[in-house]
Design a protein around this ligand. Structure first.
Ligand SMILES: [Zn+2]
Length: 418
């Protein structure tokens, strides 16, 4: 960001605020401390927010966090006044499908950082090559990228042929071994007949897939639709569901299976809710034409509401049963987690439960031990908000600033509509 150019169009107050943030940046990089003083801190672990907190950041990591009355601001630290704001951990999106060419993928990761999303797991449509190269480079200042490489499905002519189309146990085990050699973050499988169009992956295939993945210390996430498949997969040792149960309401048997294995992760991935909704919060971030198109689609659609209702009831029931919930959005919409989180609250989870799902649980699912909560020793991956998301989850949309490893994301220069 160039200060001279900014001065031409920014107000004095805005310039002062930006200058303050810019002043903080070199310190974050050279080892001087920065203290964020006065915000409410939502830790991300489900504990009560810390009112009037101070977060001390040094070398990109959180050095201390707690009530301002307790936390000592180091001498010489740069102070950032965040009174009236709320700081929560940045968001993790555990189910996306990002671009597979370098330029597109980099834009996707940059757009996520703009919207406060600091990590994303691409779920099984990524061939060898550039996606793996970008992951290895781990570019700074954008969302961290995780991938499942090529997932496994039964043949689905007409759909993507990036996944392995497997029909035998031998093919399935070989596919897992090939992906394990590429060090994928996870194995993805599809267990869905797509409304009767294809033969669905049977237990005789997915059980060996899970076995082979576990031998390689990899976990398996399943795209599912039906309750019966959720049960079969739970019995076979599945690690995560990339969608909720979509055909019928969850029953006592699946609740018992979940209670026996509460660490299995559910990424509910709620469908379109089919209701009138206000998307004006995207104005300025996307182009006016993009916002108008999204707004035009937000109409009252009872069939969509009915489908949404099944998944909403199932999410609430399985969350209440103690299942581990993470946030995922499917597709490639960088701002979608903000809608998904509101949908999860509409389904009956509390805002705090949803924040934990989006932060700590997502980070744990991606095996990121260095982020996910606002705690000493974690990366300073901070989402600074103009409202309290514990009171109203849609306040995650009121983004004042995003910091990744203590460095402020330049949201003016990386605005998707630019
Ligand atoms: Zn998907």
């Amino acid at each position: 960001m160039h200060r001279r150019r900014l001065n031409q169009w920014m107000t004095g107050a805005a310039v002062a605020a930006v200058s303050l943030a810019l002043a903080a940046q070199p310190d974050a990089q050279t080892g001087g401390a920065t203290a964020f003083v006065g915000a409410r801190v939502v830790v991300g672990d489900g504990t009560a927010p810390i009112e009037n907190a101070t977060v001390v950041v040094r070398n990109g990591q959180i050095a201390d966090v707690g009530p301002s009355a307790r936390v000592r601001v180091p001498a010489g630290a740069t102070r950032v006044d965040v009174a009236g704001k709320t700081i929560m951990p940045t968001i993790v999106d555990t189910h996306v499908h990002l671009g597979t060419a370098r330029t597109a993928l980099m834009k996707d990761l940059r757009d996520r950082a703009y919207f406060g999303v600091s990590a994303a797991l691409s779920m099984g449509l990524d061939p060898a090559g550039e996606p793996f190269a970008v992951r290895a480079e781990a570019p700074a200042g954008v969302a961290r990228y995780f991938l499942a490489g090529r997932g496994l499905t039964m043949p689905e002519p007409g759909r993507s042929d990036v996944p392995y189309w497997v029909t035998t146990e031998g093919e399935a085990r070989k596919a897992v071994q090939e992906q394990a050699a590429l060090k994928v973050d996870l194995i993805k499988i599809w267990v869905d007949d797509r409304d009767g169009k294809y033969k669905k992956m049977p237990p005789e295939i997915y059980t060996p897939v899970i076995d082979e993945a576990h031998k390689a210390k990899l976990r398996v996430a399943a795209h599912i639709f039906n309750l019966s498949d959720a049960k079969g997969l739970l019995k076979a040792g599945i690690d995560a569901f990339a969608h909720g149960i979509r055909d019928v309401d969850a029953d006592d048997e699946v609740v018992a299976l979940v209670k026996a294995r509460p660490n299995v992760v559910l990424i509910p991935n709620m469908p379109d809710r089919g209701v009138v909704a206000d998307y004006s919060w995207l104005k300025g971030s996307l182009t006016d034409a993009e916002v108008a198109k999204i707004q035009a689609g937000a109409t009252n659609r009872p069939p969509a509401q009915a489908a949404w209702g099944i998944q909403a009831r199932n999410l609430k029931k399985l969350s209440d049963a103690g299942m581990t919930i993470a946030v995922g959005t499917d597709g490639n919409t960088p701002w979608a987690p903000h809608v998904e989180m509101a949908d999860m609250v509409a389904a009956g989870m509390t805002p705090m439960q949803v924040i934990v799902a989006a932060t700590r649980n997502g980070a744990a699912f991606l095996r990121m031990t260095d982020t996910g909560t606002i705690a000493a020793g974690k990366n300073a991956d901070l989402l600074v908000l103009d409202g309290n998301p514990v009171e109203d989850i849609t306040n995650t949309r009121k983004i004042a600033a995003v910091y990744l490893k203590g460095v402020k994301v330049d949201r003016d220069a990386t605005r998707p509509s630019r």
